[in-house]
Design a protein around this ligand. Structure first.
Ligand SMILES: C[S@@+](CC[C@H](N)C(=O)[O-])C[C@H]1O[C@@H](n2cnc3c(N)ncnc32)[C@H](O)[C@@H]1O
Length: 271
């Protein structure tokens, strides 16, 4: 595993791999799957038309002595989730991989040889999809503050994206402009609605700042948003800088989650 020393934190920095790695340890997967943010929104919603249903499976999970009720519910949902099973069977690090695959099928985002930046990349499902869809000929760079195993064909920076040194470190790794900037970043919720909303907007705005800086003309930006989607200043900026701005909720995104994605394509040349 190659490690370069551009990160400000000891023992952390970019890593890349020449071969496939084992799945992330469950400690990473549970946090990195964004479970807390996915709890936002409607509860117990019925699956939408065409959406995989967890009713196809019913693994019963007993409450163990050392597992609290919330963890038992999380485990039950994971074990009964068809996308979790599919990801395991097909070697993807996360069920989130299917969200990017669906977005790509709908918007034709990941072209062979493309240069991709993935913000909030752990445990690595989107990186795996990006490597596959770009045919291993482009440049794939990811960042996450969580430690994660390397992904073959991608360079990973272990760092907080909100660290002021992060954008330049990512640009160094990329070594040129990007064709697409992806952000699946989600901060753990505090339970305080207004605070959580501000944190979500701050992450999306930081991702867009970076995208505006590195995207090549014609490039694309995909960003996780919640509730009403991209709104206010963020939406205004997106509409000014991109030819088209759309929202999408992939079937792989849980129906009881308020998450959705804003997909902006056709980045306009700086005037
Ligand atoms: C839903 S997960 C991403 C899953 C990923 N797309 C995949 O396919 O495996 C969201 C990730 O965003 C990361 N994240 C949130 N805020 C971040 C920040 N400020 N800097 C870096 N990563 C961040 C979290 O650590 C988490 O791993």
């Amino acid at each position: 595993m190659e490690r370069r020393n551009s990160s400000s934190q000891k023992g952390k920095g970019p890593k890349s791999a020449g071969k496939s790695s084992a799945a992330a340890p469950s400690r990473i997967a549970k946090t990195a799957l964004g479970e807390e943010p996915e709890k936002r929104g409607r509860k117990n919603a019925a699956p939408k038309k065409g959406e995989a249903s967890s009713r196809d499976f019913n693994v019963h999970v007993k409450t163990a002595k050392r597992r609290d009720y919330g963890s038992t519910l999380w485990l039950k949902r994971q074990l009964n989730d068809p996308y979790v099973r599919k990801a395991k069977a097909e070697g993807y690090r996360s069920r989130a991989a299917y969200k990017l695959s669906e977005l790509d099928e709908k918007f034709a985002l990941l072209k062979p040889g493309a240069r991709v930046v993935d913000l909030g990349c752990a445990p690595g499902g989107w990186l795996q999809v990006a490597v596959k869809k770009t045919g291993g000929r482009g440049k794939i760079v990811g960042i996450d503050y969580l430690n994660m195993p390397a992904v073959a064909g991608a360079d990973i920076l272990e760092m907080d994206f909100l660290d002021e040194a992060a954008p330049d470190a990512l640009k160094d790794m990329l070594g040129g402009q990007a064709d697409i900037v992806l952000s699946d970043m989600a901060a753990p919720t505090t339970g305080h609605k207004a605070t959580d909303h501000l944190r979500i907007v701050a992450l999306a705005e930081a991702a867009l700042d970076f995208a505006e800086d590195v995207l090549a003309p014609g490039g694309a930006f995909v960003c996780k948003v919640f509730a009403g989607g991209a709104e206010g200043d963020l939406l205004t900026r997106l509409k000014q800088r991109f030819a088209t701005v759309k929202h999408a909720k992939p079937k792989a995104s849980r129906s009881d989650s308020a998450e959705k994605y804003v997909v902006a394509t056709g980045f306009k040349e700086r005037g």
